[in-house]
Design a protein around this ligand. Structure first.
Ligand code: ZN
Length: 309
């Protein structure tokens, strides 16, 4: 997933129209904090540090990222890190990609398909079980009118299941869905006093189109995609849950797979280096050269010098 260099960023749109949007629409404090985080991501106001190559002396400045899950810059990093971690959890067994879709009465569209040569469960049976479980949970959480419940039961709920077309390693495909942001920076075509022009796909005719919206309206629509606080997009169940991680590792060993005991966490710069997104800087020219941290840049312009060892 290469994002290339972009000339316009969501951060600029927030900088220009954020105050007007907040004044006009009074979003809650959580939404406002999210906007501010995105606005200041990887610029000097969030702090950062200065590194120098120990061989050629090349200096680079890196600013801290906001890590907000709605930030187009940070979500690339989150997605790549998530994909890498999921790949480490794989077992040498067949995998199935199963999609559960709720009916249009619940504002969703669903598509049906049968599975291929191998199958885990019959999708028709799975649909019935899914409907039962979903409805039981829904009614318990949010009581519904009896007629509405009956209508939902009369509707066929369909589950889509297939083998991943490029094998279980095809995590990138999943990652695109699980880590989608409302708009990525490369879709922004222009922003000026009049508003924001951007590219989008019209799913009615499956074509790329362009649209211009007033800045505050653009931000209002963007904020509709900000997930409520505490709302989780991804859950890992069963063997993939954190509590079962030791068992999963044992299983992997039993299958003869070698998984490192300690998995190094990569920071966004390392990940960005791999996928060449936005702020990648020139790497040290000589093979064994290292970056030495020269200075930390703190908030409010306070600097701290770190002497290289
Ligand atoms: Zn960010």
């Amino acid at each position: 997933m290469v994002c290339g260099n972009t000339s316009y960023e969501l951060a600029q749109v927030i900088g220009r129209f954020g105050d007007t949007f907040i004044e006009n629409y009074s979003p809650n404090a959580y939404v406002q904090r999210t906007l501010r985080a995105i606005q200041h991501c990887r610029i000097s106001s969030l702090g950062g540090h200065i590194d120098q190559c120990d061989v050629c002396g090349y200096i680079r400045i890196s600013y801290n990222s906001c890590r907000n899950r709605h930030c187009p810059k940070c979500q690339n990093t989150h997605r790549e890190a998530w994909i890498e971690n999921r790949k480490l959890d794989l077992l040498p067994v067949p995998y199935f990609h199963v999609v559960f879709t709720v009916p249009d009465k619940l504002n969703r569209l669903f598509i049906t398909s049968a599975s291929g040569t191998m199958f885990l469960f019959n999708v028709k049976n799975l649909s019935v079980v899914f409907r039962g479980k979903f409805m039981a949970g829904l009614v318990k959480q949010i009581p519904q009118e009896k007629t509405f419940i009956r209508e939902l039961y009369q509707t066929g709920w369909v589950v889509y299941a297939k083998e991943p077309y490029a094998g279980p390693e095809q995590m990138e495909y999943l990652g695109c869905y699980t880590h989608k942001v409302a708009i990525s920076n490369h879709r922004l075509l222009n922003t000026d006093e009049s508003g924001v022009r951007f590219r989008y796909r019209d799913y009615r005719d499956d074509r790329q189109k362009e649209m211009t919206l007033g800045g505050a309206e653009f931000l209002r629509q963007f904020c509709q995609h900000i997930l409520p606080k505490g709302f989780v997009r991804i859950r890992h169940y069963g063997l993939l849950s954190t509590a079962k991680r030791p068992e999963l590792r044992e299983l992997q060993q039993a299958f003869g797979l070698s998984v490192p005991k300690v998995i190094d966490k990569k920071n966004w710069k390392q990940i960005c280096g791999c996928i060449s997104i936005t702020t990648r800087t020139a790497a040290p020219a000589v093979g064994k050269a290292k970056w030495l941290q020269l200075e930390c840049i703190w908030l409010a312009g306070h600097h701290l010098t770190v002497y290289p060892q």
